[in-house]
Ligand binder design. Structure first.
Ligand SMILES: Cc1ncc(C[n+]2csc(CCOP(=O)(O)OP(=O)(O)O)c2C)c(N)n1
Length: 552
């Protein structure tokens, strides 16, 4: 077949099952866009490259499949990098394709030249600078294989313009790149895990994003039920357990409930599955599960012992490991431990304090009003933590959040990806008035594509989580975290062609219900109290049980 590098690349993406690509064209990737225009691949024109990266993430996070995005050289590539770095920290499989200046100009400070390859090394799992069009036959499937294998992550392919334009004759196309077979656990190690589990009096399962990546939710629930083990999850692990399950203790860590963090504190065995002992989850590591022996199962060997040395570990696929472990375990009810946990929960109930205007109560109300199968994306800040605390995440891949990098601006473009990949599922955005402004230009993309996304702005007139830290840890000196100009978000939404509504305190139930049950995009600018704080909160450097529980 006669083709150009550009048309070959498009064909190879299609063979990978890519149905939608997001991006922005420019001089260095115009051949690619020309080829795309002659194909049936759907393109979504975002209004900022970062949003293209987050859109791809929204597809990948909500479906578990790899997704792709495009950017031109120089500013386009640099704009994209935040979303790529975000995917790296949360192990999300995306493939970013950037245009580069022609090969002969590389290194000359050519117009719109940056060293995308060099800049993306620390932000990607792997990256490529393509030298000939023929190399694409190998590089594209390889990029997807790497993105999907083992611990997943982003891969970047930088393609000089002359490589896109090169004409070539291709005899046959390679098969799509796929994940390598997952690593198998060692039988003897599993047997000793089962023995340790059987002898534990107060075991706790500590589960995170790796469980979701490996699809091991059922195995975790089965282990918990068979052995009467309570489960705590990280922000990335929300949805692994049904929140109604009596053994589900919810999110641990910096903003976890007192009972949840106390259970970990009291544990004599911590079974860590698909987690990396992130500091937001552990607090001061010296004070984390101080009396517990540790079992650690994770696909990434580099995570084993990185923060906490385990007593027994397996660097393997969590699903495979648990499937086999579940056949070896002794069933148990652990009545005494259950009773202790129940007592802790009774003593420290976890409900939003105060009246219905509390943002936690608002989250609960929105969850009741939104369709049960909604996908929720959240931004970064107080509203993110209130959502993590109070939104009932009933299934994995339905609560999308920037966990590791904590990138404000994530929620709206991630919702676009989720909505495109799940057209029959309503998508809800919970964002802050600060975070919304970071990618507000994407309202144009939502309107253009008529995406069924409801944006709920928790408007407190502040960079709330920053204000909270200044109040609690910087002597109450509020610096650069209060907005003196308060935009009219409802009017702005209407300016973009999206229905917009302002909802004051007390929140008008009728408006919320009507907007959430009407198909199509809409924005709700919802007033929340200006100086409400997220509690509990573990002060920097303290252990989880030293959390501040409420305003003193
Ligand atoms: C891109 C980016 N810049 C800065 C920060 C630091 N930061 C974390 S939370 C936060 C405030 C977020 O404010 P808003 O979106 O209004 O949410 P709120 O905390 O008020 O709910 C800031 C500035 C960040 N996480 N991401």
């Amino acid at each position: 077949m006669q083709c150009t590098g550009a048309s070959l690349l498009i064909e190879l993406l299609k063979r990978q099952g890519i149905g939608v690509v997001a991006g922005i064209p420019g001089g260095a990737n115009l051949p690619l866009y020309d080829a795309l225009g002659q194909s049936d691949l759907r393109h979504v024109l975002v209004r900022h490259e970062q949003a293209g990266g987050f859109l791809a993430q929204g597809i990948a996070r909500s479906t578990g499949r790899a997704a792709a995005c495009f950017a031109t050289s120089g500013p386009g590539a640099v704009n994209l990098l935040t979303a790529v770095a975000d995917a790296k920290l949360d192990s999300i499989p995306i493939v970013a394709v950037t245009g580069q200046v022609p090969s002969g100009l590389i290194g000359t400070d050519a117009f719109q030249e940056v060293d995308t390859y060099g800049m993306s090394i620390p932000a990607t799992k792997h990256n490529f600078l393509v030298r000939t069009a023929f190399e694409l036959l190998e590089i594209v499937p390889e990029a997807f294989r790497i993105a999907l294998s083992g611990r997943q992550g982003p891969v970047l392919i930088d393609v000089p313009k002359d490589v896109q334009q090169a004409r070539l004759e291709v005899d046959s196309l390679p098969g799509p790149g796929a994940a390598d077979p997952a690593a198998e656990p060692d039988g003897a190690v599993l047997a000793s895990m089962a023995r340790l589990l059987a002898s534990a009096q107060r075991p706790v399962l500590y589960v995170g994003g790796g469980v979701i990546a490996s699809g091991a939710e059922e195995e975790v629930r089965a282990l918990s039920a068979a052995c009467g083990i309570p489960v705590v999850c990280t922000l990335m692990g929300l949805g692994i357990m049904d929140p109604e399950d009596p053994l589900s203790l919810g999110m641990l860590g910096m903003h976890g409930s007192r009972a949840t963090n106390l259970a970990v504190d009291r544990a004599d065995l911590l079974m860590a599955l698909g987690v990396r002992f992130d500091d937001r989850a552990t607090g001061s590591i010296a004070g984390f599960a101080p009396g517990a022996r540790v079992i650690h199962v994770d696909i990434d060997e580099a995570e084993i012992g990185k923060i906490r040395r385990p007593d027994i570990s397996a660097a393997c696929d969590v699903k495979r490991g648990l499937r086999r472990l579940n056949r070896l375990i002794a069933r148990s009810v652990r009545e005494q431990w259950r009773a202790e946990i129940d007592a802790m929960r009774r003593e420290h109930p976890f409900e939003p304090p105060g009246d219905d205007s509390h943002p936690g109560a608002l989250v609960k109300r929105l969850a009741q009003l939104a369709p049960r199968n909604s996908i929720v994306t959240v931004d970064v800040g107080q509203h993110q933590m209130w959502a993590a605390q109070w939104w009932p995440v009933r299934r994995t891949r339905s609560f999308l959040t920037s966990g590791g990098l904590g990138t404000m601006g994530f929620s709206v473009p991630a919702a676009m990806g989720a909505a495109l990949a799940n057209p029959d599922v309503p998508t809800l955005v919970l964002t802050g008035d600060g975070s919304l402004l970071i990618n507000i230009q994407e309202l144009a993309t939502i309107a253009e594509n008529d995406l069924d996304i409801k944006i709920c702005v928790f408007n407190n007139g502040h960079l709330g989580l920053v204000r909270q830290q200044q109040e609690l840890f910087y002597g109450g000196r509020i610096v650069a975290s209060r907005f003196d100009a308060r935009p009219d978000f409802a009017a702005i939404a209407r300016g973009f062609g999206i229905p917009g509504h302002t909802v004051g305190i007390p929140h008008d139930e009728e408006v919320l219900a009507r907007v959430l049950s009407t198909k199509g995009p809409a924005l709700l600018d919802i007033e929340v109290p200006e100086t409400e704080n997220v509690y509990p909160m573990v002060p920097p450097g303290k252990s989880n049980v030293e959390a501040i529980w409420r305003k003193s």
